[in-house]
Every structure is written in C-alpha cells, then in structure tokens.
Ligand binder design. Structure first.
Ligand code: NAD
Ligand code: LMR
Length: 329
C-alpha cells in the first residue's frame, strides 16, 4: 500500500495520564487512519522531560509501521513548528472536591502562551483540539492569542461527555452503543452542560420508553452525565485518562476523516450565536463534519426545557469568560 506524507501531531502533556494513554493510539493509526503515517511531537515541561523521553522509548519499542518519527521537547515553539493537529492536553487536572473552573489560575496562562506559539509556528492548516480543563475557556484563550488561525480550526473536547451519554443510553436500553444516534452535548464541559436526548434515536427510532421518560432524563440521565468526571475522580482517585484519550481519538478522527453519512457528534467550537447561544464563547453543539469543515446541525426544534438548559450553560460560559478577562487583564 502506498502511504501519504506524514502528518505532524503535537501532544502537550505527553508524559501525563491522558497523554500516555493517547500517544500510543495515535501511533497505532487509530486517530488519523490506517494508511496515514504520523510524526509525533511530544511537548512537556522541564521537570517531566525525562518521563517524556521514556514515553518516546516505549513508542519506539512498539515498532508501529505508521510512526514516522518522534520529537520530545520542552519548547512549545519548537514542538508546534509545522504542526497540523495540536492536541493541547498538558495542564493540571482537578482533584476531589474541586470544580474545573478552579483550574483557571493554574491553567489559563498555559493556553495563552500555547496560542501564541501556535500562531507563530503551526502549519497554515493546523487544527487545534483543547483537552486541558476548563476546556472550553482554555480553547477560547488559545483562540484569542492565535489571531492568524481561523476560529473554525479551534475546538474543545466534549466527546467524552458525548460518549458517556451514548453509553448510558445503550446500557439503559440494553442495546449496543453503535445503535444509538443523535445524542448531543450542548454548552460547557462542566456540570452545567446539557446532555440532550430530544433528538436521539435507537436503530433510527424514537419509540423507546426511555426517550419519553422525562423524570428519568431529568433526575438520572442529565445529572449523571454532568457529574461523571467528578464521579470517576471520586471512585478511581484520579481524573479520567484512558476514556479521555479514546474521546480525543474519536474527536480528531471525525474532524479529520468526517463523520460520514448523516451521523452527528458533539464538538465545542467558537460559537457564532447558533440557536441563540452567546457568540464568542466556545460552545458545544451537535455537529457533522464534511470535507474537513465542522457544521452545526441545523433546524433542530428546541422545547422550552431544552431552551432553559441551553441558556443555563451559555450563562455559565459567559460568566467564565468574565472571570478569565479579569484574570488575564
Ligand atoms: P496529569 O497531571 O496526569 O498530566 C498533565 C501533564 O501535563 C503533566 O505531565 C505535566 O507535566 C504536563 N504539563 C503541565 N503544564 C504543561 C505545559 N505548559 N506544557 C506541556 N505540558 C505541560 O493530568 P491528566 O490527567 O493527563 O489531565 C490533563 C488535563 O486534561 C487536565 O486539565 C484534565 O482536567 C484534562 N482532562 C480533560 C478532559 C476533557 O474531557 N476535556 C478529560 C480528561 C482530562
Ligand atoms: C472528565 O470529564 O472526566 C474530565 O474533564 C476530568 C474532570 O475533571 O472531570
């Protein structure tokens, strides 16, 4: 099989928990496809450089046919040079009892300087996926400091929430996850997010009891998805890592290769006021990807309940943006 030119993928925080679970999936071809070689750029901070070098050694030891090369660096400028997919993971995770917004002070400056470094050094067609929390706000900060990168090329990860929602629907209905479609995550990757089943189907149908069980949706489904990250931290003693890595792989694969057919997923993008949501914040919507472009699913009818939920998470994002403005001024 003839292979295309390698794509350069940068992963910040590559020696951390999410990074460690992620880079092997990328090198195995699970993110960009089985015919696509990758060049990995592992970016860490100086105290974690030795660990990152150890990760690179393990990658070499896997003899992945698609792994064209690996760089390890503690310089974002160097690591982002010519990068086509930048996966911004490196940052502090929250601990038990903290909210993701508590990470603003420690994490926002990272995304400001990485936005600047991407602006200076990334490839013209770079696509940026922000994972580090608070993810939507960090993506907005990176976007603001990367004026030459089109807004349409900056996203934040809500695919983990999306996958959690699909899985909970599937487990509740007793079906496989791939029978579930059109679940959507609206808004912020926080406890205000709106995991929405208003248009979801199983095997293409809505006549499943759980979709009309509003009590289950409001009292069980929504709070469980909204709080799943905290639940994992409480039970595992550490923030989700492998499931996050799978979600990053899913998010970037869909962005790179397209969602295919009518399938929808959820991505947080720089909003333009779609569905009367606040413009200029990074907001998660139901989307499709065609020819590399992310399109918000149009024409969905929102019930008064949907509207309230979407407005609550929009308000959360506006308040976070104010906090960030005060912090960075
Ligand atoms: P971790 O502490 O295990 O690893 C973080 C790594 O980032 C460390 O190796 C650290 O040295 C590195 N790092 C810190 N600052 C850096 C910088 N400026 N440049 C490069 N590397 C840097 O944490 P983790 O469990 O891997 O989580 C990483 C982040 O991802 C956290 O903010 C966490 O909350 C977030 N997260 C988001 C989602 C999501 O769905 N959006 C899911 C899981 C985790
Ligand atoms: C998650 O959703 O698991 C991550 O954002 C980690 C966290 O802090 O909850």
């Amino acid at each position: 099989m003839s292979l295309s030119a390698p794509i350069k993928v940068a992963v910040t925080g590559a020696a951390g928990n999410v990074g460690y679970a992620l880079v092997f999936r990328i090198a195995a071809g699970q993110m960009l496809g089985a015919g696509q070689p990758v060049h990995l750029s592992l970016i860490e901070i100086p105290p974690a450089m030795r660990q990152a070098e150890g990760v690179a050694m393990e990658l070499e030891d896997c003899a992945f046919p698609l792994l064209d090369g690996i760089d390890v660096t503690d310089s974002a400028e160097e690591g982002f040079d010519g990068v086509q997919h930048a996966l911004l993971v490196g940052s502090r995770p929250r601990g038990a009892g903290e909210s993701r917004a508590d990470l603003v002070g420690s994490n926002l400056p990272i995304f400001r300087s990485q936005g600047q470094a991407l602006n200076a050094r990334a490839a013209d067609d770079v696509r940026v996926t922000v994972v580090g929390n608070p993810a939507n706000l960090n993506a907005l900060i990176a976007h603001r400091h990367a004026p030459d990168i089109p807004a349409s090329r900056v996203t934040a990860l809500t695919r983990l929430d999306h996958n959690r929602a699909v899985s909970l629907v599937a487990r509740t209905a007793g079906v496989r996850p791939d029978q579930v479609a059109d679940v959507a995550i609206w808004g912020n990757h926080s406890a205000t997010q709106y995991p929405c089943l208003a248009h979801a189907t199983i095997d293409g149908h809505r006549d499943w009891p759980l979709f009309s069980d509003q009590a289950w949706i409001e009292e069980q489904f929504i709070p469980r998805i909204q709080n799943r990250g905290a639940e994992v931290i409480e039970v595992r003693g550490a923030s989700s890592a492998a499931s996050a890595a799978v979600a990053v792989t899913d998010h970037v694969r869909d962005w790179h290769l397209g969602t295919g057919g009518d399938r929808t997923t959820s991505m947080a993008i720089v909003g333009e006021g779609q569905y009367d949501t606040p413009p200029g914040v990074v907001f998660s919507f139901p989307v499709r990807v065609r020819d590399g472009e992310i399109e918000v699913v149009s024409g969905l009818q929102l019930t008064p309940f949907d509207r309230r939920m979407v407005d609550v998470t929009g308000k959360d994002l506006l308040e976070l943006r104010l906090t960030a403005d005060a912090f960075l001024s």
